[in-house]
Design a protein. Structure first.
Length: 125
């Protein structure tokens, strides 16, 4: 029977091979960091190379995810620029607001702006 302070070596090995370091493994298992380090040093010396490879793949994956997120964030198009690019589906009302045409023969996606309010409204008499 295991005591309260003993680590599950199989669990430590699995996490170590997934690219976790000793402090991360200690957090997951709720153990002491030095205890996990000793377990790794004693039992898994031969797995260090695999751990390094997995860590580098993990960091590369995180970099790629950040790149993709930044790229998508930069591709955002404001309502004003969308209306300027697609003037054919909009009309201008008396107040100068640009509104979506009602007699369109096709479906329009939900994220298409329905109305663009003219903030520089001037009343002409």
């Amino acid at each position: 029977m295991r005591s309260k302070n003993e680590l599950n070596k199989l669990e430590v090995k699995r996490l170590y091979l997934e690219g976790y370091n000793a402090s991360e493994i200690a957090k997951v298992l709720g153990a002491n960091k030095s205890q996990v380090q000793k377990c790794i040093q004693r039992n898994f010396k031969d797995l260090k190379k695999q751990n390094q490879i997995k860590k580098s793949l993990k960091s590369l994956e995180q970099k790629e995810i950040r790149k993709i997120i930044n790229k998508e964030a930069k591709k955002y198009m404001s309502d004003r620029s969308f209306v300027e690019k697609n003037r054919s589906i909009y009309n201008t009302n008396i107040k100068g607001d640009i509104v979506l045409k009602k007699d369109l023969n096709f479906l329009i996606p939900v994220d298409v702006p329905k109305k663009l309010i003219n903030k520089e409204f001037k009343k002409y008499l």
